[in-house]
Write a protein that binds this ligand. Structure first.
Ligand SMILES: CC(C)(COP(=O)(O)OP(=O)(O)OC[C@H]1O[C@@H](n2cnc3c(N)ncnc32)[C@H](O)[C@@H]1OP(=O)(O)O)[C@@H](O)C(=O)NCCC(=O)NCCS
Length: 161
């Protein structure tokens, strides 16, 4: 991991993923997955990221402090009957440990929100992790409210496109 601050003063910048070095993004996703206990080969991640990031329905922003790639927020656009229009669902949010609680997560979400607005979305959804109790209040502080508490998964026996 790019360790750093106790006290840092580097300004945080948030960039669309296309403007970020691809290899630093692969490493960032690697740390994110490891945080949740998923070990993935970098080669597999490279293929996954090239696929997903080339899709028009997906969107990803990356936070940098100087040259360090320190966090990201990613989502997918879809038409939602709840939103009665275009919505962006935030599926992934991650900030490297040394940079946490310094507003980076909030800046990422706020910036994603303004990109979603520009694209014509009227709603943001976010999936939380029930094992992290402070996460729902965290999102509530930045304007979200809960509509349900669960996500269920069914794996389809199929190669992804
Ligand atoms: C969730 C995450 C992205 C938040 O990013 P962040 O940059 O640290 O968050 P911010 O600085 O914008 O906001 C901090 C606020 O979040 C809440 N918070 C963050 N970490 C917390 C913790 N460990 N315990 C309790 N509250 C916490 C607090 O309200 C905090 O405000 P405070 O520091 O004034 O008390 C970051 O903790 C992270 O990457 N965690 C690991 C991955 C993860 O859980 N992702 C989300 C699910 S996909």
């Amino acid at each position: 991991m790019n360790a750093k601050p106790t006290n840092f003063s580097a300004p945080i910048t948030v960039l669309p993923v296309a403007d970020v070095n691809f290899e630093s993004l692969v490493q960032l996703y690697h740390r994110y997955l490891l945080y949740f206990g998923h070990k993935r080969d970098a080669s597999v991640l490279r293929i996954f990221l090239s696929k997903i990031l080339s899709k028009d329905f997906s969107y990803c922003l990356v936070a940098k402090a100087d040259e360090d790639t320190i966090g990201f927020c990613a989502g997918v656009y879809s038409y939602s009957p709840v939103a009665l229009g275009l919505a962006l669902t935030i599926n992934d949010l991650y900030v490297d440990d040394p940079w946490r609680r310094k507003n980076v997560g909030r800046i990422l979400i706020k910036t994603l929100e303004s990109y979603a607005n520009q694209r014509g979305a009227n709603t943001l959804f976010v999936n939380t992790d029930a094992n992290i109790p402070w996460l729902t209040p965290y999102y509530e502080q930045i304007g979200f409210f809960a509509i349900n508490h669960r996500t269920l998964v069914k794996r389809l026996n199929k190669e992804s496109q």
